[in-house]
Design a protein around this ligand. Structure first.
Ligand SMILES: [Zn+2]
Length: 271
């Protein structure tokens, strides 16, 4: 549930109790650098744009695919350093992970079900959990229904009494029996919370740690340029053979241009 708000949660009214406004919180610098909407909400890397406006009600599967395969944070768009990846989990997953981790058997546990939600940095995911109207509190209700891998989630569904921000040892984008999606590895750590503000201390710490660890910039295809997203996706989908063919064609075109230029120059000399 990487959302700041996102597809499933954006339509939760900002007046919904529980969550915190971005101005209430320390902001990870990579999130501060993102485009913001007029309400002051940063626009996550996986939100598509149309006509210069972020489309919170949709989630770009292409952006998620690119983030996961290139190990980039689905919130801020920067690379995730080696080590764990983080995501926000719902009440059911939180309870399951709490059980598994309290018995020290995280290394034996794998949830193979795919999810549309890609991973991110620790600070970015904690921040999302606190700011998102749907994730931020037990009274929060979903503003719009959704359908995820055949499971209908109705409008008005409550978040549940707790949520979690969980670390995993990996995340892959995979084709599964119910469709393609993000499949996470073994769980490593879980931060449980009831209300967004419960995570304030964890956010402060994570912002300091992640700021020291993060380098690089967000590529144009994780900002507001959908043409760049399309081009990056097509590049990523090419097989090695296709890449080799395109390079060879480019080399042949260049060689042809060079020959034509030389012929023209020699004709001029011979006049
Ligand atoms: Zn991030």
């Amino acid at each position: 549930m990487a959302c700041l708000p996102n597809r499933q949660h954006a339509q939760c009214r900002p007046t919904t109790v529980g969550h915190m406004h971005p101005s209430d919180l320390p902001v990870p610098p990579a999130i501060a650098a993102r485009p913001h909407d007029p309400r002051g909400y940063p626009i996550p890397a996986i939100t598509p744009w149309e006509g210069g406006r972020p489309q919170f009600a949709s989630l770009s599967a292409r952006r998620v695919y690119l983030c996961v395969t290139q190990r980039r944070c689905t919130v801020c768009g920067l690379e995730i350093p080696p080590g764990p990846v983080w995501r926000v989990v719902d009440t059911e997953e939180t309870e399951m992970l709490a059980e598994v981790l309290s018995h020290g058997v995280g290394h034996k546990f794998l949830n193979k079900a795919p999810t549309e939600e890609g991973p991110g940095h620790r600070a970015c995911m904690i921040y999302s959990a606190m700011v998102c109207p749907f994730l931020g509190g037990p009274e929060a209700r979903r503003g719009q229904g959704t359908n995820t891998y055949g499971e209908e989630i109705p409008r008005g569904e409550a978040r549940g009494h707790k949520g979690g921000v969980a670390a995993y040892d990996s995340c892959e984008f995979r084709e599964t029996a119910v469709g393609p999606g993000c499949v996470y590895g073994h769980p490593l750590e879980l931060l449980e919370y009831e209300r967004g503000e419960d995570l304030l201390g964890a956010l402060e710490e994570a912002v300091i740690d992640d700021t020291a660890a993060l380098t690089g910039t967000c590529p144009s295809w994780l900002l507001d340029d959908e043409t760049a997203v399309e081009a990056a996706f097509l590049r990523a989908m090419r097989t090695p053979e296709e890449t080799a063919r395109i390079k060879a064609e480019r080399r042949m075109t260049e060689a042809r241009r060079k020959r034509q230029k030389q012929a023209k120059a020699s004709r001029r000399r011979n006049r």
